[in-house]
Ligand binder design. Structure first.
Ligand SMILES: [Zn+2]
Length: 69
């Protein structure tokens, strides 16, 4: 049985994501550096997309490691 996902800890109305805000971004990454699924982050598809973009940008800037090989 899957546990119900609490959305309260990840509201969409948060300030927009910044690729330089590694502290925030890292909260949405697994220890392996992968982005958590949307049901995990609690984001809607639009915000999840922003998150993806921010993380992608951070990786390009060398702020976050790339995933896998
Ligand atoms: Zn949203």
């Amino acid at each position: 049985m899957a546990r119900p996902v609490k959305k309260s800890n990840r509201p969409c109305d948060d300030p927009r994501l910044d690729y330089k805000d590694l502290e925030t971004l890292s909260k949405y990454l697994t220890p392996q550096g992968q982005i958590h699924a949307r049901r995990r982050t609690g984001y809607c598809s639009k915000c999840q997309r922003e998150l993806k973009q921010a993380i992608k940008r951070a990786r390009h800037m060398g702020l976050l490691p790339f995933v896998g090989s």
